[in-house]
Every structure is written in structure tokens, then in C-alpha cells.
Design a protein around this ligand. Structure first.
Ligand code: DNO
Length: 348
């Protein structure tokens, strides 16, 4: 596996120089944030961005994300042009040496939380999700979270949510299949592996359909185009927000088939009613058995990219919720420690 870290570009308070000092860190995961969704990413911009990262002593082989335009997810007539553009972006990325593209097919909203800085008993703060707060959200005031590809005015947000009511899960699935049939052959020819990110949380939100939330969904989307380039970002915290998802088993199954290209590793503490808090990465801090998850990757011979996912805000750090330096760095070190320990036990 290759250990990577998400970086948000020049505006990120966590600098490349700091990231480079995290033990075992080899690469950056990022995106061109200033290209409007749906437009082709220019080669020169990609090349310059990659050169900057490499000058700091880090590799740049994973994009998170090339966002999918809502018209593609809604199956609008403009999708053919947008899929064409998406394919050209993949070719341009391949020309610059990129290997994996993470994306999602969540309608309107990307990941979703009801609190970005809930105070924890140890004085840290973290991202949480409470069902009762979800019910109180007033869309008339709009809603946006850091890292979303788009932010909408309240009326746009409500309009889009209404449009998806007519699409439903089956319609969204058909639109994903159409998208995959358009882009996977291009990715295969260019040498790019596509890695869809699961829904976060892994359930429908605000009446919007969600189709990447459990084993059945993953099997269904991988079968839509049965090629290695049609792969997954295995996000433990997203899938793990639903207690019935057995994460080590999913890793064993899908990494075993060579269909996981990228992994987001973090822990969550989930309650029976579906609330959850993002905890420190350690198994004992949350509901997930992180050692079993890392062991499943190891035993599958995983050679893809891993990144520690969100971290809490600790030691007084402020910044982009979920994306501070310290707790993510601890997460990377923990995962590397588990990996080394497992490798040593296996070798003994
Ligand atoms: C949240 C991230 C997601 C992810 C996208 C991938 O922190 O994991 O925003 O980048 O869903 O397209």
C-alpha cells in the first residue's frame, strides 16, 4: 500500500512541507479546485500542480475528486457532452502521470454531517451526525460543507432535491450505468483506475436517493462494467456509518477481486439509531475493528493508495473540519504501525 494525505492546495493551512514530515508519508491526494464542474481539466494546469507537489518531495498519483456534474446524475440531455469532457479530463490526467481518480455519485450533497465541531469529553472536537438534528435542518437557509464540489443557493438546493424525487434509486442507478459505460472504456485506454466513493452516511438523506451504501450496491455497480478500471474507494467511515456493513469482509471481498484502488481509513462510533461521531483512528475509540480492516487489506495483497481520513481537531488546531494536520497524522502513523506489525507477524 502507499500512504497518502489529502491536501487542498495553496489555500490549505496544512502545507506540503508539514505533510512531508509525517512518518511514512509518500504522496498527496488532491484536485484542481478552480475548474468549474463539467469542464475539461487543462493539461498545463495539471502539470504545474503536480510539479509543485513533487518539488515538495511527494508523489501525486491520486485525484480526489473529478466531480460528476448533476446533469449526468439526473440523466439530462447535456450529459453526453459532459461525459465527453469527463473522458478528456481522464486522458489529460493520464498524460500527466495520474493513476487513480476518486469520484462520487451522491446526488446534490456529498458527505453530510449535522455538526462540524461537536465537543468531545477529552476536549477535542469532531464531526458528528444526529438523526434528530437532520430533521431540524432548514433548507431555506441553504447548506454546505467544506470540501463539497458545489455550493447552492437555497432555492437551487430545493429545486435539485425536488428533481431527484422523480429520478429515484432506479433512475440514479441507470444514470450511473450510462456514465460508467461512457467513461470506463476511456479510463481503460488511458490507464486510469476509477474509484467511486460510497455514500456518506451510507443511507438516503433528505429524501435523496443513494445507491453506493452496502455490499449489494457495490456488487451491482461493479457489474455494470466488469473491468478492473471500474473500482472503488473503500471508505471505512462512510460504509461503517451503517452497523450492518461488515467492513473487514467488504475489504477482503473487493480488494481480493482487485477492485479497490483507494482507501479512506477512519473510525466512527455508531449508535443503534444511526447517530455517529468520528473518533480517533484507534479500534478502541470507535465501532470499527481497524486492525481487522488493515489485516484484510494486507492479506489481499493490497497495493493501492490509502489515506487516513478525517481527523478530530486536537491540540487547539483550527482549520477545515475533518482536515487538520495532527489527528490525521496520528491516523497515518497508526495505520502504518498496524501494517508493519501485521507484516512482521506474517513474516515470523
Ligand atoms: C469527505 C470526502 C468526500 C469525498 C468525495 C469523493 O471528506 O471523503 O468529500 O472526497 O465524496 O468524490
Amino acid at each position: 500500500m502507499k500512504m497518502t494525505f489529502r491536501w487542498y492546495g495553496d489555500d490549505d493551512p496544512v502545507t506540503l512541507e508539514k505533510i512531508r514530515q509525517i512518518p511514512g508519508m509518500t504522496g498527496i491526494v488532491s484536485a484542481l479546485y478552480d475548474v468549474p464542474v463539467g469542464e475539461v481539466w487543462p493539461v498545463e494546469k495539471i502539470r504545474a500542480f503536480k510539479a509543485k507537489i513533487e518539488a515538495a518531495g511527494l508523489e501525486f498519483e491520486v485525484i480526489e475528486s473529478v466531480p460528476v456534474h448533476e446533469d449526468i446524475k439526473l440523466g439530462k440531455p447535456s450529459r453526453d457532452r459532459l461525459i465527453e469532457n469527463y473522458g478528456q479530463t481522464l486522458r489529460n490526467l493520464a498524460d500527466c502521470g495520474l493513476k487513480v481518480v476518486c469520484y462520487n455519485f451522491m446526488p446534490v450533497l456529498d458527505w453530510f454531517r449535522t455538526d462540524l465541531a461537536e465537543q468531545m469529553a477529552d476536549g477535542s472536537n469532531t464531526l458528528t451526525f444526529h438523526m434528530e438534528d437532520l430533521e431540524k435542518i432548514d433548507l431555506d437557509k441553504g447548506y454546505s460543507l467544506p470540501g463539497w464540489d458545489a455550493s447552492y443557493k437555497p432555492e437551487e438546493l430545493k429545486g435539485l432535491i425536488a428533481e431527484y424525487a422523480t429520478v429515484g434509486e432506479d433512475g440514479l442507478r441507470a444514470n450511473l450505468e450510462y456514465f460508467l459505460k461512457g467513461v470506463i472504456p476511456v479510463a481503460a485506454e488511458a490507464g486510469i483506475k476509477m474509484a467511486i466513493h460510497p455514500d456518506d452516511p451510507a443511507r438516503p438523506i433528505l429524501g435523496l436517493p443513494r445507491i453506493v451504501k452496502n455490499r449489494e450496491d457495490l456488487l451491482s455497480l461493479l457489474a455494470m462494467v466488469d473491468a478492473p478500471e471500474n473500482g472503488l474507494t473503500l471508505c471505512t467511515g462512510s460504509l461503517g456509518s451503517e452497523a450492518r456493513n461488515d467492513i473487514p469482509a467488504l475489504v477482503a471481498e473487493f480488494a481480493g477481486k482487485g477492485r479497490i484502488h483507494f482507501a479512506h481509513l477512519r473510525n466512527v462510533k455508531v449508535t443503534e439509531r444511526g447517530d455517529f461521531a468520528e473518533t480517533g483512528h484507534l479500534s478502541k475509540d470507535g465501532s470499527l475493528d481497524m486492525a481487522a480492516i488493515v489485516r484484510a487489506f494486507f492479506e489481499a495483497g493490497f497495493e493501492g493508495y490509502i489515506r487516513p481520513d478525517h481527523g478530530r481537531m486536537i491540540w487547539g488546531e483550527t482549520g477545515k473540519p475533518g482536515y487538520g494536520l495532527y489527528d490525521r497524522a496520528l491516523g497515518a502513523t497508526y495505520i502504518n504501525g498496524l501494517w508493519e506489525g501485521i507484516a512482521n507477524v506474517k513474516a515470523a
